[in-house]
Design a protein around this ligand. Structure first.
Ligand code: TRP
Length: 419
């Protein structure tokens, strides 16, 4: 792999060359022919595909063949809940919402709290579960259809996923995992299994339907190594290989590489006070010149400007307006201050709306989350188990008493408490 950048599921650094990545990973570019086909089938090309934010895929043509033959597909995506959600995380989810609406597709959304617990120093089990709950609010806030969407924490849905994971794990050697993920002797043994947990939801729809169901996985390109493994084992397990569509990373406000949780000022979090977010935008890195005179004479450089990237990725849907902004910038007709101010206002408006939806999501969580406890709860509901219910209630309350994930047992404890 190129030395100037690195893209793995746990580490993205440097300035990513996405064309090179397509070669390195062996995926396929989303070319004009595919875009035309997309348009023929769906009626339009979404902004994120037009702008090559979604730029790469695996087996999309196969998936569309199936679709045109009347075979419905299921969407699967996920999140590693290691902290609050930032705008970069929303990118693939917003696109997934578009896919759900366009193809009327069910969505399985995996929260890999197991992965984050194992991988992140200082992140305890309750923290990971808490962020599962917190991040779930962001997913719901985007407007997914509760009847077609299921969100689950690996830790709480492991009973359902485990059997499939074992089937995967049996077919993946340590040597493959080392080669794909760069594990070494210091890697904890939990991480070695994690990729089989991430594979499981790609097969769950087929297990449930008792027949092969096509699956499409929208994802940021760093997740591709997992799904190379998933796709390798799929035929050995008798399933379709899941198709994939990959996006690039939203650049950080400090310029160049992707938004990073380790640099909170370089990212806008969905939980940021809008005033704080406003400030972050105003201190973003731009492609501006050292003085107004120079800027007027030479123009700015949108290609390296974080602010322009934000318009490009999320905050200017109108492509004509976007290119007008670009031209004005390069001609020195607009100054960075003005451009930032406008973006900051748009970001604030977005955050206000999103935070309102996040609040509302708190009442909807039970419509989205599934867990293995659902089954246990059904058993406990029998009246003769009353004593057991109260024992269970107490134990679970203790088990899940996290700050933000108080309700992590989503609904189920709550329902019990309401009894
Ligand atoms: N491991 C991913 C992360 O750290 C989360 C994830 C699980 C995921 N399943 C997925 C992402 C499927 C994309 C598609 O963010």
């Amino acid at each position: 792999m190129n030395e100037e950048y690195k893209v793995t599921p746990w580490d993205v650094t440097g300035k990513v060359d996405y064309n090179k990545l397509i070669q390195d990973f062996g995926t396929e570019p989303i070319d004009d022919k595919l875009l035309e086909r997309w348009k023929r089938i769906t009626g339009s090309i979404p902004m994120a595909m037009q702008r090559k934010i979604f730029f790469s895929h695996r087996d999309l043509n196969w998936l569309l063949d199936r679709y045109e033959q009347g075979e419905k597909f299921v969407l699967y995506t996920g999140r590693g809940p290691s902290g609050h959600t930032h705008l970069g995380h929303l990118l693939p989810w917003i696109f997934t919402k578009y896919l759900q609406d366009t193809f009327d597709a069910p969505l399985y959304f995996q929260m890999t709290d197991d992965e984050k617990f194992l991988n992140k120093d200082g992140l305890g089990m309750k923290d990971a579960l808490g962020f599962t709950y917190d991040n779930t609010l962001d997913v719901i806030a985007l407007g997914f259809d509760p009847k077609k969407t299921r969100i689950f924490s690996d830790v709480e849905y492991s009973k359902t996923l485990y059997r499939i994971s074992l089937e995967v794990a049996k077919r993946v050697t340590f040597s493959t995992a080392k080669a794909v993920f760069g594990f070494d002797n210091s890697t904890n043994i939990g991480m070695i299994f994690i990729t089989s947990m991430q594979s499981a939801p790609a097969f769950l729809p087929s297990v449930e339907a008792r027949k092969n169901v096509p699956v499409l996985i929208p994802q940021a390109i760093d997740q591709d190594p997992h799904f190379r493994i998933t796709r390798d084992v799929a035929p050995k397990m008798g399933y379709y290989k899941p198709a994939a569509i990959h996006c690039t990373f939203l650049p950080g406000l400090a310029g160049s590489d992707k938004m990073s949780a380790s640099k909170p000022e370089s990212a806008v979090y969905t939980t940021d006070d809008p005033k704080v977010a406003h400030k972050k935008i105003l201190s973003a890195f731009t492609g501006g010149r050292v003085s107004v005179e120079e800027q007027k004479k030479m123009g700015g450089v949108p290609g390296v400007c974080a602010v322009f990237q934000y318009y490009y990725y999320l905050f200017e849907e109108d492509s004509q307006k976007l290119s007008q902004r670009e031209q004005k910038c390069t001609r020195g007709e607009i100054m960075c201050g003005e451009c930032k101010q406008e973006l900051a206002d748009r970001v604030v408006r977005f955050l206000e709306k999103h935070q309102e939806n996040r609040e509302k999501a708190k009442d909807k969580v039970q419509d989205f989350i599934v867990s293995d406890y659902s089954a246990l709860y059904d058993r406990l509901k029998k009246p003769q188990d009353k004593k057991e219910v109260s024992k269970y209630k107490k134990a679970m309350k203790e088990y899940y008493s996290t700050k933000e994930g108080e309700n992590i047992l989503i609904g189920k404890t709550k329902e019990l408490e309401d009894k």
